[in-house]
Design a protein around this ligand. Structure first.
Ligand SMILES: NC(=O)c1ccc[n+]([C@@H]2O[C@H](COP(=O)([O-])OP(=O)(O)OC[C@H]3O[C@@H](n4cnc5c(N)ncnc54)[C@H](O)[C@@H]3O)[C@@H](O)[C@H]2O)c1
Length: 384
């Protein structure tokens, strides 16, 4: 059986996402399992070259995983003909410049979301990639998680009838950093460093809505900075300049209305940190990242409003669990495998930089709506 080694420059592997999800759980896991088998039987073996700002941290990660190549010189790595793919999981603000360099060097590019800090920059990257003829993609991992894959099954099977509405609830309490360490990096709370929950989460909501239910046409949002003062990684206090909560309403092309709350200032009373309830004429579902429960019209209880009597109906017991029926691998890894196949064979990959730019369009529209108090329409974005 023939083997093909695919060199991947991985930038941002000292970060939370870059290290855990992308390096260890995706690329190294794929390599440890012998690579990916292509349709012609070739084994495609990804070979990472670690890129970052701190030689010490890179060397430490390389040693831990038996890797031999790392560099703090991105340009030198990009000039290496053995590198075919550039991957970026740096903080959002650092992404654009690095991706531009990678495209100019003729590398295929795969990047974390949001693909850039602004819609203009995201569209420009999509254009440059198209013009250079390089394959490109953006991480849209939630689509590859069990809960949303089950939701996809339900949509595809026609379970819902006509979909009326989607209600999403995302969030958890992120500690301020003084009396307990914050569980998210401080740049997330600084607008000037690409922080903010809208920029962070609306791209996710966009691809989930678009892929499962159809294009988003309008956005109405309200944002807040509920916790204005936080403490950073060194214990120093700082002013939070970015939004830490967003309350959004999204109208879809097919008339359905989605309403999604995102907050780093709520306490969890849900089964999962994110949950979506989908209501349709024929059935409803509640999906998290892993589980999915349904209620069909034929078993819908007759709820009746009576505030004077205690309600004895066990509503939550009246839902059925959608079975796994399969093994679900890590979502980031699944998408990496699709992207690597796309690079090697040109197989379809809808999660391109243009779709990433549409996510940014929705984030910018959310911020504009919050600023102006108006509903913002999402026009067609194109790279032609
Ligand atoms: N797909 C997802 O579910 C998901 C989840 C969280 C974050 N993300 C995205 O991944 C990216 C990284 O987020 P993270 O939470 O891993 O962040 P992080 O702070 O843990 O890691 C940031 C990485 O960027 C590097 N970096 C480069 N320039 C930097 C600078 N000037 N200041 C600070 N760090 C710099 C750091 O060295 C580090 O490797 C972001 O774009 C974020 O939006 C995606």
């Amino acid at each position: 059986m023939s083997e093909r080694v695919l060199g991947i420059a991985m930038n941002g592997v000292t970060g939370r996402m870059g290290y855990r999800q992308h390096l260890t759980r995706s690329i190294l896991a794929i390599r440890d399992d012998g690579g990916i088998t292509l349709p012609d039987g070739t084994r495609l073996l990804p070979e990472p070259v670690l890129v970052g700002r701190s030689e010490r941290k890179l060397r430490e990660i390389a040693d831990r995983h038996g890797l031999t190549r790392w560099s703090t010189d991105l340009d030198a790595v990009l000039s290496d003909p053995e590198i075919s793919v550039y991957f970026d999981a740096q903080i959002t603000h650092a992404r654009e410049a690095a991706v531009r360099s990678a495209i100019a060097a003729g590398k295929h590019v795969y990047v974390e979301k949001p693909t850039a800090a602004t819609l203009d920059a995201a569209l420009e990257l999509a254009k440059l990639a198209e013009r250079a003829g390089v394959r490109n993609g953006v991480v849209q991992d939630k689509l590859f998680l069990p809960g949303l894959l089950k939701l996809r099954r339900l949509v595809d099977s026609g379970f819902f009838g006509r979909i009326l509405s989607v209600r999403g609830e995302f969030g958890y309490w992120v500690f301020e950093g003084d009396w307990q360490d914050a569980q998210r990096p401080s740049w997330n709370y600084r607008a000037e460093e690409g922080g903010g929950i809208v920029l962070d989460m609306f791209p996710h909501w966009h691809y989930i809505l678009e892929h499962l239910f159809g294009p988003v046409r309008t956005v109405t949002a309200r944002t807040a900075t509920h916790v204005p003062r936080r403490w950073d990684e060194d214990g120093a206090p700082y002013d939070a300049t970015a939004d830490d909560a967003a309350y959004g309403i999204f109208e879809l092309d097919n008339g359905a209305v989605a309403q999604i709350n995102s907050s780093w200032a709520v306490r969890v009373d849900r089964d999962e940190l994110v949950e979506f309830q989908v209501d349709g004429t024929h059935g409803s579902a509640v999906a998290g990242l892993r589980s999915c429960r349904v209620q069909h019209r034929t078993v819908t209880p007759r709820a009746a409003w009576d505030p004077d009597a205690a309600d004895a109906v066990p509503y939550r017991d009246q839902w059925e669990t959608v079975p796994d029926n399969t093994d679900f691998p890590n979502g980031f890894r699944s998408q990496w495998e699709d992207f690597l196949r796309h690079v090697a064979t040109g197989s379809p990959f809808p999660h391109d930089l243009l779709s990433g730019a549409r996510g940014l369009q929705m984030a910018e529209a959310g911020l504009e709506s919050a600023r102006t108090g108006r509903t913002v329409e999402l026009g067609e974005v194109s790279i032609r």
